[in-house]
Design a binder for this molecule. Structure first.
Ligand code: SF4
Length: 319
């Protein structure tokens, strides 16, 4: 049970966040590859080779984004030394142990410091397996041509369709697919490189329905939203709550809310938070109350509930 006062406060907070999201997006227009500080030859390879961004996406979990997105170039160089091509049909014919051993040797000095031996082994196993299975699918179903995966519907794609296209590949889960689909919706480098290649084949790749983009939920997003006071509002805030908040904050392209919130969580809203530098401090419950997140709005809701002037937005099955 929630009060109309709670809804009003939530909308006010969303409005302040919207203003900051817009300002952040205007100031941060760098290419997605530049944003993770990739080496120029790695960027050139990602732009040139249609398989490279797919492999980078599969590798991009639990290790740094820079290491993951530079990895395809190193893999290509290793294959060349073996007199093999960097192609799906070649990679899927490699023995998994051979590929895994190469990954292990390449990653030796690149693992995140806190990653345990067990997690490293798990990463090596999962990524080698996913890479081989994904390459096999591209070889068999798309004629060894990674760009062909985007030719469905003659290249007229939507954000949800890009998501579905990517989800068919082992190693590209819901979070990765949703991030790439969102980035295609804002003409990221990967999208531009596929578009340029398909254009030469007479196909005009387009992405519509960007309002269906979603925010990836991670520890930074959770922490910032919780401290702002949303967790007190939703009582057990979950994935659907985050997505609907993002839709209210930035209806045209909700996924872009993540850019600002994630950056804020990583740079300012840390432990301890640097509230004096935060552009959301005027609406932040944690900052305002100086107490534990969830407390202030929760109290407002409880008072309003006792008065009996409440409305219900609880859904079946939610606590
Ligand atoms: S004001 Fe402080 S606690 Fe609130 S969102 Fe900003 S940094 Fe985080």
């Amino acid at each position: 049970m929630v009060s109309s006062k709670g809804v009003t406060r939530l909308l006010k907070t969303c409005k302040v966040i919207r203003k900051q999201v817009k300002s952040f997006l205007q100031q941060h227009r760098e290419s997605s590859y530049d944003a993770v500080n990739l080496a120029p030859d790695a960027i050139a390879f990602l732009n040139r080779d249609p398989l490279a961004p797919i492999i980078a996406t599969i590798c991009d979990e639990r290790i740094s984004a820079k290491v993951a997105w530079e990895l395809p170039l190193f893999l290509c160089e290793w294959l060349k030394q073996q007199r093999l091509d960097f192609k799906p049909s070649t990679i899927c014919s490699l023995e998994k142990e051979r590929l895994k051993n190469w990954f292990a040797s390449h990653m030796q000095d690149k693992w995140p410091k806190r990653m345990s031996e067990e997690d490293r082994e798990d990463w090596l196993e999962k990524i080698s397996d996913s890479l081989i299975k994904t390459c096999e699918r591209i070889w068999k179903e798309y004629n060894d041509d990674p760009d062909s995966i985007f030719i469905v519907n003659n290249g007229k794609l939507t954000v949800p369709l890009v998501y579905l296209i990517l989800r068919q590949f082992p190693g590209i889960g819901a979070k990765k697919a949703s991030m790439i689909a969102r980035d295609f919706g804002r003409n990221c480098d990967w999208f531009e490189s596929v578009k340029a290649r398909l254009q030469k084949r007479g196909i005009n790749l387009t992405i519509t329905q960007v309002h269906f983009s979603e925010i990836p939920i991670d520890v930074h997003v959770r922490r910032v939203f919780r401290r702002l006071g949303f967790s007190g509002y939703f009582r057990g805030i979950g994935s659907q709550d985050f997505q609907n908040l993002a839709r209210i904050i930035h209806p045209k392209n909700p996924g872009l809310v993540d850019d600002f919130i994630w950056d804020l969580g990583r740079e300012i809203c840390k432990s301890p938070p640097k509230c004096e530098e935060c552009p959301l401090s005027s609406v932040c419950e944690y900052r305002g109350e100086g107490g534990e997140p969830g407390d202030a709005l929760h109290r407002v809701l409880q008072i309003e509930t006792r008065k009996g002037s409440n409305i219900s937005i609880q859904q079946k099955g939610e606590s």
